[in-house]
Structure formats: C-alpha cells, structure tokens
Design a protein around this ligand. Structure first.
Ligand code: AMP
Length: 227
C-alpha cells in the first residue's frame, strides 16, 4: 500500500457523473473532495464579507475573480492533514488559475498525480440531464432518471414531487455543454505534456465508470491499492 496521498483533478461536462464518481473516489481513496463552487456557496450561506461580494455573481453564473478564489482554495488546501489527498472539482477553470494552482502545490509540496477527464457524447449528456429529476419532499432529495420506473414509483409512493432543475432544460443543457468544451479543452492541453491526463469513457453504469477511473489512477500511481 502506497501511503502517499493522492492529488487529483476531476473534469467532466455536466451529466458525466462527476458527483457520483466523487462519492466513489472519496470512499475508496483517502481524498478530500474540494469544490470551489461549494466553498463559495458556504461563504454566501455564512453571510461573510466575501460571501456578500460573490453572491450576485454566483446568481448570474459568472466566474469569481482570481483575487477571491485563489486565496480561498489555498487556505482549504493548507488545512489538509499530511496523509490526506484531494480531489479538486471546479478548479482550475482558466489557464491563469492552473498556473496559480501549480504555485500553491509546489509551496505545499503536493504534486498533482492525475487529471481525470470524464468524457460523454452530447446526445447521452442531453439524455441524462434532460431526464434528470429530483424527488423532493418527505425525506432527503434523491436524484433519479425519468425512465427509471421503479425510482419514479418509489418517489410517488413516499409523497415526493418530481422536480426538474431549470438548468436541465434542453436549450440550457446545450449551452452548458458548449461552455464546458470551450473552457476545458485548453486546460487539458495545459496538463497533457506532463503525461498525467486520463480520459475516461463516462458512459455506462456508475460502477463501470468507477472501475475505469480506478484503473486509470492505478496506472499512474501503481502502488496504491484500492478495491
Ligand atoms: P460549480 O459548483 O463548480 O458549478 O460553481 C458554481 C459557481 O461558483 C460558478 O458558476 C462560479 O460562479 C463560481 N466558481 C466555482 N469555481 C470557480 C473558479 N474556479 N473560478 C471562478 N469562479 C468559480
């Protein structure tokens, strides 16, 4: 067993199953999931000075400035215990952020091990997101697919409501996918020369995708034993 903590970036278009894979990775590997979007939302919820500065731009879906996001990320990474790795989601989003991340990781002596890029065709992404519903009410929210008859029946039985996120409407999905493609490709090219980018076919069941992700990480970090 390799005791070195793993340092991972996770990329993937909306619908590729990033949150599901994060749950697998977090459980099976000792990596702290860090989402810069979640860090910002926590500041807004806490009504901090920073939260007040970013709440309007978060609502508009605009990027927070590097002056805000980079120190926030640096502070979160510095909190990790020495044996704890990380799985970064939502950062970097631009080349200057990728350069800033390099500097922080050098300072903290935590070299990146792998950049995992989940890949999914547009048709399948639109189908997954377009059919995604949240079963809301009488218990914890549950994400289900409209074609999953058993899950729909369970939701109705518990008196839940099937809710569609406004950004899961088809025209918005196509725009979100396009934005992802234009902003992420240059980032993958930034990391490619280091030989640490692994593109993973994100079609199939979550378990199948998790197996592919695990195999890819083990190829890069061969001594780390998981499931
Ligand atoms: P996410 O949860 O990753 O979709 O992020 C939600 C929102 O947080 C984004 O729409 C941005 O407003 C902001 N955000 C998250 N990560 C970053 C980042 N790396 N740079 C700038 N803004 C970010």
């Amino acid at each position: 067993m390799n005791s070195q903590p793993l340092h991972l970036l996770l990329f993937g278009p909306p619908g590729a199953g990033k949150s599901t894979q994060t749950e697998f990775l977090e459980t099976e590997w000792k990596v702290a999931p860090i989402s810069t979007g979640a860090l910002l939302r926590a500041q807004v919820a806490a009504h901090s000075e920073l939260g007040k500065q970013v709440s309007a731009l978060l609502a508009r879906g605009e990027l927070a400035s590097d002056e805000i996001i980079i120190p926030l990320l640096r502070a979160r990474l510095a909190e990790l215990s020495p044996d704890e790795g990380f799985l970064l989601d939502g950062f970097p989003r631009t080349i200057p952020q990728a350069e800033a991340l390099d500097k922080i990781l050098t300072e903290l002596n935590r070299p990146l091990d792998a950049v995992i890029s989940l890949e999914l065709g547009t048709t399948e992404a639109v189908n997954r997101l377009g059919g995604r519903r949240i079963c809301h009410g009488n218990g914890p929210d549950e994400i289900i697919h409209i074609n999953d008859e058993a899950a729909v029946a369970r939701c109705i039985e518990r008196g839940g409501l099937l809710v569609q996120r406004p950004d899961d409407l088809p025209n918005v999905i196509v725009r979100r996918l396009a934005v992802y493609q234009t902003q992420t490709e240059p980032l993958l090219n930034f990391y490619r020369p280091r030989g640490i980018v692994r593109t993973i076919d994100a079609s199939g069941s979550p378990q199948e995708v998790a197996r592919r992700v695990t195999a890819a990480i083990q190829e890069i970090h061969p001594l780390t034993k998981t499931w």
